[in-house]
Design a protein around this ligand. Sequence first.
Ligand code: CA
Ligand code: CA
Ligand code: ZN
Length: 331
Amino acid sequence: MKLSKLITCGFVLAILFACDNNENISDETLIEVEAKAPSYIDLGSTTRSIRVKNSNTLLSKPKSPNAAQTYKVELLMAEYITAEGTGEMGNTVFFKNVGNKQLEGDFVPGLDLDGTTDISYYVDDNRPSADLAAADSHNAIDRAMSTWDDITCSDLGIFEVPYDGSDTGFIAAIFNPFVDEDLGGSFEYISDVMHGGWLQAAFFDLLTEEGDGSQFILGATFTIVFTDNNGDLIDLDKNGKFDVAWREVYYNDTFEWKDGSRFDVETIALHESGHGLSQAHFGTAFLSGGNEVLHFSPRAVMNAAYSGVQTSILQTDNAGHCSNWSSWPKN
Ligand SMILES: [Ca+2]
Ligand SMILES: [Ca+2]
Ligand SMILES: [Zn+2]
């Protein structure tokens, strides 16, 4: 090994492993991959009025207990995770031109469309992957939601809205005019975190400026936020984050999905549900010479690329979750 390479390796490995012996990649040059700046995709106006029953929020009081309330919402952003061998790293895409104010979103107590500060989720079995029975994917997503619910610093009371066969997906409905196939969907609120199922390449291609997103995006979580009558986004609790109405998760059926091995549904569902619960990507990525494989330091569920089956929460995931949720619903 040349001295220069030795120095480079030693330096990078010192960051990565604090000089631990690492037999697997110690002989490779690791190059830090800089996170890309968020991109902006123009889908035109995504603002829609939605009608929600049984919701009593700070924005709308029902005249009678069961009266439907009207809210204005729109698509703010998406975060996507990539397959590890593609050399591409996950990124954030904005659909609302917010200039330099690229703020993220967060749930607000008192703006609960399901009428409770507990976190509801739904799994739409209408869009299964080509590779697994809908029940197997559904169970994997249930396990992922339970894993987040089991974190002891928070009390989210995560509960499932039972699948009822209805045509769900605000995001699917928003993207429908831009693709040839019918994505289904409806401009409706179903739950705080909605797992909308598996979609084809054309949908994921729309998530990158180059139109090639389906080649490396495994899954994406979309943040839908409240907007006022002027079309301005709301930050009712003034915490510097746009107020989230709900989030939707979609999985890329271009890849082969598995239950327990690459690409593992529970692993990606755990990552996407982390976004569903307002966590951003975490960890510095390194590319090892020659094989386009990304390594992360520290390893976390919220790393921006898939790097093997990971169905438990790691330290930084736990810390990020707790800083966001430990005082919920008192913010
Ligand atoms: Ca809720
Ligand atoms: Ca806010
Ligand atoms: Zn992600």
